[in-house]
Design a protein around this ligand. Structure first.
Ligand code: PCA
Length: 211
């Protein structure tokens, strides 16, 4: 049976929930069909520990697909992240009080990796279902980008068969009640969106560059 690992982060920056974990958790044990099962794993919003938890989950599960989710408060659409950059510059401390500035995720790694999920096919499939999404060329320079880079580094060096990548999600409606003019998206829409990306990732090849 093929396994799909979905990760989401614990709340951070004073929030009581994190949309990424609400969505990942809702997909835990989602049975796409007899051949595929989904496992959700929460990651700490802590620079060092998030990579250790991720690596442990991958070593245990040996998934075919890894889709990492993170919250990007303020965005109105799902952000299908194309590029994981080898750069950290934390604008706030993480949940362990660490705030690395102007540094690298992997001192001997390349400057960036591309996601190897079928992002264009996923975008088309989402838009066909009228779910707002776009390709994003930067996952930021905080814990999400750090963990996304960590995933792609692991795929490159140890798990070449894994298809993996990162999606940033908007806030949930209950998170914006006291944040005027801030976009949000319903949990049911976000769950359907991630299900669409899971199905597309299992069926389609990663994006091919035009040469
Ligand atoms: N979003 C943060 C870290 C955890 C999360 O959900 C980010 O975008 O880096």
């Amino acid at each position: 049976m093929a396994k799909v690992l979905i990760t989401g982060f614990e709340p951070f920056a004073g929030e009581s929930i994190n949309t990424s974990w609400q969505v990942a958790n809702a997909l835990h044990h989602w049975q796409l069909d007899d051949e595929v099962s989904v496992v959700a794993q929460q990651l700490p919003c802590v620079f060092k520990q998030c990579l250790l938890s991720l690596e442990q989950a991958i070593n245990q599960l040996k998934p075919a697909v890894v889709i990492m989710l993170g919250q990007a408060g303020g965005c109105a659409q799902l952000q299908l992240e194309k590029i994981a950059s080898n750069y950290i510059d934390a604008h706030i401390a993480d949940n362990a009080g660490q705030q690395p500035r102007n540094s690298l995720t992997a001192s001997h790694g390349p400057a960036a990796y591309f996601s190897n999920l079928p992002l264009h096919a996923s975008l088309n499939a989402l838009q066909l279902q009228h779910i707002p999404a776009q390709l994003s060329l930067s996952a930021g320079s905080y814990v999400c980008n750090h963990s996304f880079y960590g995933l792609m580094h692991l795929i490159k060096n140890q798990y070449a068969s894994i298809k993996g990548g990162f999606i940033h999600l908007p806030y949930l409606p209950e998170q914006v009640i006291h944040k005027p003019n801030t976009p949000s998206m319903a949990l049911t829409t976000l769950i359907s969106a991630v299900q669409i990306v899971i199905e597309t990732s299992l069926q389609q090849r990663p994006d091919q560059l035009v040469t």
